[in-house]
Design a protein around this ligand. Structure first.
Ligand code: TXA
Ligand code: MG
Length: 324
């Protein structure tokens, strides 16, 4: 199959209506989309990505009102959060209606719903009379794509069309939240909407989930090892990591510190101005670039544990997990 990158929303529409999988831009990362209500279309996502079927998919709609067509009941707190953060990088786990096939939710009674904040994909969704199931458009386990070219690297020959919406602005996947009986907000994956911002709206602390069984996770964002480059990566104190893991071909990832006294082959300084949003936007592209440099090891600073720094540290820790 020949894979083309383009900006033709009508063509993307036609392919999706025909039951094909199409890569689409969002503000977080690129997704690999198909008609969420059509299992024959959804199966193509799993095949192209090599994704295990136990891993459920996020369902994308153009508005919160439209998302409500696919869920049975919505706690008041979810409405409140959606009014503030949707469209945006926040995904809601809610009881599913029967119009969402079991394949999409991996048999779960909950469906993950998100309204992506990207003009091209919002326009696309408005032209369709079905929602789009879409995981990140990478091979399972690898780094999520933040440009159309990244999608091409991962899925060339497996899909026919990549809708190009430029470099994603957030750069990390959405925050995934669920709710308990007491209307507590449970964070299943940290991401583009910060915990602090959610807590400001709900007026109390969120609860965090921890996976008990890493092989059959509730969300793949909870797989211990995920989002991983091919190069071994270690996160922590740079001087210590340099002393223990350095080789002649070492890459460094840091926020703004240059560590110029250390002899390091490649430095990736994600935000000289200490802007965690900028660092989040650049992180995945840096990891992909480092994989191409064929260095022996990546050493990454621990980022400030606040704002998007929390999600950056989460992704770096998961990238490290296979080497620990
Ligand atoms: O920002 C994002 O969320 C991107 C863009 C494309 O929207 N999507 C994304 O999808 O990161 P994916 O599949 O790479 O990660 C979605 C996570 C997975 O960990 C999946 O297990 C979880 O959402 N998930 C989806 N549906 C679920 C469900 N019904 N119950 C529990 N977890 C679910
Ligand atoms: Mg993913």
């Amino acid at each position: 199959m020949r894979t083309i990158i383009g900006t033709n929303i009508e063509l993307a529409c036609e392919l999706l209506i025909r039951g094909e999988a199409v890569a689409i831009p969002t503000e977080t990362v690129y997704g690999l989309a198909a008609n969420a209500c059509n299992p024959d279309a959804v199966i193509k996502i799993f095949e192209a990505k090599n994704r295990p079927h136990f891993n459920p998919l996020i369902v994308h709609t153009h508005s919160w009102e439209s998302a409500l067509n696919y869920t049975l009941e919505v706690p008041e707190i979810a409405h409140r959060l959606a009014a503030i953060f949707s469209p945006g990088p926040l995904t809601f786990l809610l009881p599913k209606k029967n119009n969402i096939p079991d394949l999409v939710t991996a048999g779960s009674d909950l469906v993950a719903l998100r309204i992506p904040n990207h003009p091209i994909t919002l326009a696309l969704l408005k032209q369709l009379d079905f929602p789009l199931a879409a995981p990140s458009a990478n091979q399972f386990g690898y780094i999520s794509p933040t440009t159309a070219a990244h999608v091409m690297q991962s899925l060339e020959g497996k899909i026919s069309y990549i809708l190009d919406g430029g470099t994603t602005t957030v750069g990390l996947e959405s925050t995934i939240i669920g709710f308990d009986e007491q209307e507590n907000v449970i964070v299943h994956r940290v991401g583009g909407v910060t915990i602090e911002d959610i807590e400001k709206v709900i007026g109390k602390k969120v609860l965090m989930t921890e996976t008990k069984d890493h092989n059959k996770p509730q969300t793949s964002g909870q797989l211990k090892s995920h989002y991983a480059p091919n190069t071994p990566l270690y996160i922590g104190d740079i001087e210590h990591l340099y002393a223990t893991h350095r080789s002649s071909k070492t890459a460094l990832i840091s926020l703004s510190e240059t560590y110029h006294e250390l002899d390091i082959a490649h430095r990736f300084i994600l935000s000289p101005n200490n802007d965690l949003n900028e660092a989040a936007q650049k992180l995945f592209a840096a990891l992909r670039q480092i994989d191409e440099l064929e260095v022996d090891v990546i050493i990454a600073e621990r980022f400030p544990n606040q704002g998007l720094g929390i999600a950056i540290n989460d992704r770096l820790k998961r990238a490290q997990a296979i080497y620990k």
